[in-house]
Design a protein around this ligand. Structure first.
Ligand code: ADP
Length: 600
């Protein structure tokens, strides 16, 4: 209904009602706009129903004032009720409409928000899934890469080590073999470094705490860096080591790596002045078995600008330094920070550009007893063969790589074991049934049937519970050990495997006894008194000066270098002199090569 029509209708009704009152017809429904006045009514009606209006006019004129009032009062009641009802309906409708509109708007907003939320949730979920997938891909890639690199390295290191012990090979050839071995080990260390960071990122680095002699460890590192500093024309100070507790338990290799990185940077970036390694401990309240170990590396180098300070602990960040020819990956501080945090400690740096830097590390460590300390320098003797009076040990070598199979078989065959070879798990199961070996070296990743399945299958066969199975894995991740042991293996060794590990593992599992290379008391004493760290502690120019005459078995030229060494390192000189007297130049070369490795 249009507005005009509605008005007319209402007016009509009002007029009708008014008339109904006058004419005694009360059942006409009326709606009227307030304030109601019969005059108004007349006016209202006039436009649409002029005839009716003139009747109303006449009636109004004919009315007495009282009648007028009376009608008005009655009208007012009706009007009030009607008006109230209509207003109520109208207001209710309006409120309802407003509420409806608000609710609709709210629903709309909510729907949009929910849609946006679920959209961003979906984005987040997708991002997380993508990150997980990328991480998994990275781990798989690393595991594969590590496997692919370690497998050939295993053969390189193994054969070169074997040849270096071959008495038929001498002089120049032996040297070259030592170079192959040395380079292989260097390559392995680099692979391990890159893997370190990747493992940290994937949260897969584990602590390996052990008891060790703290002052000795610091002194070893100190003398190594003393040599490097000397080489770079810098002074080196090692402070307060004597006041430290003698034995502590911590992850010594991570502590070494942290110190190597900090001291390495100090030497690398400092052009003049000095480098100081200061160490001290502090009691930890409420725990007398622990102390806080503080390590501070201070240098007089170029320092680090404050705006670069915040970022230097991030991976691949290298601040601008005055010494531009420095090498590095930008990973050292990031790895150090992660190791310190893993050890529950803190690392910080203070620096003033142009005045030098101070790196400070504090780590809680447990105090230990001398009896807990494992001698890291246990002398490994070469196995010459099997002791007499033992069973004819049958060993099955299961390995898909022909080179590694040959390597392992050669080492074992040389020692006197009976050997059979299998290229995959399936062949291993068949050979196990036919031949009943005492021991199985099981590669885990192989085509046709892998080491896990083969081990489980062998364990089900008659005699399968008695055979010793040790896994050889090229996996970089130590947590794989759990899966391997669960598959039924007795132990795990990691590639590249050294021959002494092979013999030790077999002796542990089966009590096999060996005949070792003779080591007389002198050799033992010399080996014990002249450590790799002592040789590594010599400045590089002295080590290089020593290498040449030792290579050519030139005793007098070697002795001349030993005398130069005696000035600052008398103990090292004594040890070297003993080796020259015994003509043990191979031992000197070995110590030099191993000390190079420590320095890398
Ligand atoms: P890298 O030494 O391989 O570049 P690091 O992570 O060990 O990587 O160090 C990151 C950066 O921090 C370095 O490139 C250098 O700019 C700065 N830095 C670290 N130690 C020092 C130091 N002792 N003096 C000056 N700058 C340093």
């Amino acid at each position: 209904m249009a507005a005009g029509q509605a008005d007319a209708y209402v007016s009509n009704l009002m007029a009708g009602h008014y008339l109904s009152l006058e004419l005694g017809l009360p059942n006409i429904v009326v709606a009227a706009p307030a304030p109601f006045e019969p005059n108004n009514l007349s006016i209202a009606v006039r436009k649409d129903l002029p005839e009716l209006a003139s009747i109303i006019d006449k009636s109004i004129i004919a009315m007495t004032t009282d009648e007028h009032k009376n009608i008005r009062n009655r009208w007012m009641t009706v009007d009030f009720q009607q008006k109230t009802d209509y207003e109520l309906v109208w207001k209710t409708a309006l409120v309802f409409l407003i509420i409806l509109a608000v609710v609709l708007a709210w629903v709309q907003v909510m729907r949009r928000q929910t849609a946006a939320l679920s959209e961003s949730e979906a984005h987040l979920r997708k991002a997380r899934d993508d990150a997980d997938a990328a991480n998994r891909a990275k781990s798989t890639f690393l595991a594969n890469m590590s496997h692919e690199l370690r497998t050939p390295l295993n053969a390189i290191l193994g054969f070169s080590e074997m040849l270096s012990r071959d008495t038929e090979i001498t002089g120049n050839k032996k040297e070259k073999i030592a170079v192959i071995n040395h380079s292989g080990e260097h390559l392995l260390e680099m692979i391990n470094d890159v893997l370190d960071l990747s493992k940290i990122e994937a949260g897969r680095v584990e602590l390996e705490p052990q008891a060790f002699e703290l002052p000795r460890m610091l002194q070893d590192i100190g003398s190594m860096f003393e040599a490097r500093a000397e080489n770079a024309g810098l002074r080196f100070h090692l402070d307060r080591v004597s006041s430290l507790p003698p034995y502590i338990t911590s992850d010594v290799s991570k502590l070494r790596q942290i110190l190597f990185n900090l001291l390495g940077n100090a030497v690398k970036f400092t052009t003049e002045g000095s480098i100081t390694l200061r160490t001290w401990t502090q009691a930890i309240k409420g725990d007398s078995s622990m102390v806080a170990l503080h390590l501070e590396v201070k240098d007089t180098g170029p320092g680090i600008a404050s705006e670069q300070m915040e970022r230097i602990f991030e991976p691949f960040v290298q601040a601008k330094t005055f010494k531009t020819n420095t090498k590095g990956t930008g990973l050292g501080l990031a790895i150090s920070k992660s190791f310190v945090e893993l050890l529950d400690g803190k690392i910080s740096a203070e620096s003033e550009a142009g005045k030098g830097s101070v790196f400070h590390v504090s780590i809680p460590v447990a105090l230990a007893e001398a009896s807990e300390v494992v001698d890291l320098k246990a002398i490994r003797r070469n196995v010459l063969g099997l002791e007499y009076g033992q069973p004819a040990w049958r060993v099955l070598v299961v390995e898909d790589s022909a080179e590694n199979r040959l390597l392992l078989s050669s080492i074992l065959h040389q020692a006197g074991f009976e050997i059979r070879e299998a290229e995959n798990g399936k062949e291993a199961v068949t050979l196990f049934q036919e031949w009943q070996p005492h021991f199985i070296w099981m590669d885990m990743r192989m085509p046709v049937m892998d080491g896990y399945k083969a081990t489980a299958a062998i364990r089900e066969l008659p005699g399968g519970d008695a055979v010793k199975i040790v896994a050889i894995t090229a996996s970089a991740f130590k947590e794989q050990r759990k899966n391997i042991i669960e598959a039924g293996c007795d132990d795990v060794v990691h590639k590249p495997v050294q021959s002494h590990e092979i013999f030790e593992s077999m002796s542990q599992q089966l009590g096999i006894r060996y005949i070792y290379e003779e080591l007389d008391q002198n050799t033992l004493t010399e080996a014990a008194i002249l450590t790799v760290e002592m040789v590594a502690g010599l400045p590089i120019y002295l080590r290089e000066a020593l290498r040449r005459p030792a290579q050519y078995l030139d005793a007098s030229a070697t002795n001349q270098v030993v005398e130069r060494i005696r000035n600052n390192h008398p103990e090292t000189a004594d040890g070297l002199q003993l080796l020259v007297e015994k003509f043990s130049f191979d031992q000197i070369m070995k110590l030099l090569n191993e000390s190079d490795r420590i320095q890398h």
